[in-house]
Design a protein around this ligand. Structure first.
Ligand code: UTP
Length: 291
C-alpha cells in the first residue's frame, strides 16, 4: 500500500536549545533562509506524501502561519517586480501539501505525540518524521523508507551507524541483513549502557509504521521516572513479532535539537546555497585561517 500520510511531532519542550526555543518552537529555528520544519515538509512532498499532520503545542500559531498565506506580505511583494522570486518562495510555503494540526495537550513523550495522530492516520501506513531532525538527501530519506515498507509490508525505521561513544545517547539495534541497506530488527534498547550495545545502528529521525502501532502505543506504559511514553517501546513490540525492518538511509542528518547540530546544518546548507554559497565559502576559509 502506498504511503501518502506523514506525521511530524513538533510538540517537545526543546530544553536543549533554550532560550532560543522559549517562544519559538525549535522546529521553527532556521537553517539559512527556511525553518527546519519546512525542509521536513519538502522532503515529505518530494517523496510523494500528500497529507501531513503536525503535532504541536505551544507556539502553534507560528508553524500554522508559516504554512499559510500572508496576504499583507504577498500584496506588498506583488507590487514590486524586483521581489518576484521572493514572492514565489513565500507563496510556495502555503501550497506545499495538505497540512493539518493537532495539539498534544501534555508533553508526554514521542509515543504519546504519535498517538495524537491516530484518527488522522486511520487504517493506513504512515511516516513519522521527527520535527527536529533535518535530513538532506537527493533521494528523500522518507521515500527510501516508504519503498522498503511497500516491498516488505513491515514497519521500517531509518537508521545510521553512530560513533560507539554516542550510542548510549540514542538506541541500539540487534539486526540481521536482508538486502543492501535493509535489515531485519530483532531487538531495540533505548539509551543503552555501554555493555548493552548490540550494534552502532541507531534510529534517527524517520520511521514508517503500520496502523497497528497505535494499539501497541496504547498498551505501552509511561516510563515511571519521566512520565513519557517511549515510541521505541511500541516499535520493539513490532520487532518481537518479526514485523520491523531497518533501512540504513543515504542522507546527511542534522539534529536541530542541539546547538552544535544547528550550527552544522547552517554551515553545510549555506555552503551549498545558490545565492550565498560562494561568498560564505570564501568567508569560512578566511575565518578558518585565523583559528
Ligand atoms: P526530543 O526527544 O528531542 O524531545 O523530541 P524534546 O523534549 O523536544 O527535547 P529536549 O530533550 O527537551 O531538548 C523529538 C521530536 O519529538 C517531538 C519534539 O518536538 C521533537 O521534534 N516531541 C517530543 C513531541 O512532539 N512531544 C513530546 O512529548 C516529546
Amino acid at each position: 500500500m502506498k504511503v501518502t500520510k506523514a506525521v511530524i511531532p513538533a510538540a517537545g519542550l526543546g530544553t536543549r536549545v533554550l532560550p532560543a526555543s522559549k517562544a519559538v518552537p525549535k522546529e521553527m529555528l532556521n537553517i539559512v533562509d527556511k525553518p527546519a520544519i519546512q525542509y521536513i515538509v519538502e522532503e515529505a512532498v518530494a517523496a510523494g506524501i500528500t497529507d501531513i499532520l503536525i503535532v504541536t503545542n505551544r507556539g502553534k500559531g507560528v508553524i500554522e502561519d508559516h504554512f499559510d498565506h500572508s496576504f499583507e506580505l504577498e500584496a506588498k511583494l506583488k507590487g514590486n517586480p524586483s521581489k518576484a522570486k521572493i514572492l514565489e518562495e513565500v507563496e510556495a510555503c502555503a501550497n506545499l501539501a495538505n497540512i493539518y494540526y493537532v495539539r498534544q495537550k501534555e508533553t508526554k513523550g514521542l509515543g504519546h505525540a504519535v498517538l495524537c495522530a491516530k484518527s488522522f492516520v486511520g487504517n493506513e501506513p504512515f511516516a513519522v518524521m521527527y520535527g527536529d531532525d533535518v535530513i538532506i538527501s537527493e533521494d528523500p530519506v522518507v521515500g527510501q523508507l516508504c519503498r522498503a515498507y511497500e516491498k516488505y509490508g513491515c514497519g521500517v525505521v531509518g537508521v545510521k551507524e553512530v560513533p560507539r561513544k554516542d550510542v548510549p545517547k540514542y538506541c541500539t539495534l540487534d539486526v540481521t541483513p536482508l538486502e543492501e541497506r535493509v535489515m531485519q530488527v530483532h531487538n531495540i534498547i533505548e539509551k543503552p549502557t555501554p555493555e548493552q550495545i548490540m550494534s552502532c545502528y541507531s534510529i534517527l529521525g524517520r520511521v514508517v509504521m503500520p496502523p497497528e502501532i497505535f494499539d501497541l502505543i496504547e498498551k505501552t506504559p509511561a516510563d515511571p521516572k519521566s512520565g513519557e511514553v517511549y515510541f521505541t517501546d511500541a516499535m520493539l513490540d513490532l520487532a518481537r513479532r518479526g514485523k520491523l525492518n531497518a533501512v540504513d538511509f543515504v542522507g546527511t542528518r542534522y539534529d536541530m535539537g542541539n546547538k552544535l547540530g544547528i550550527m552544522q546544518a547552517n554551515c553545510e546548507v549555506a555552503l551549498q546555497h545558490p545565492e550565498i554559497g560562494a561568498d560564505f565559502k570564501a568567508y569560512l576559509k578566511q575565518l578558518a585561517a585565523t583559528l
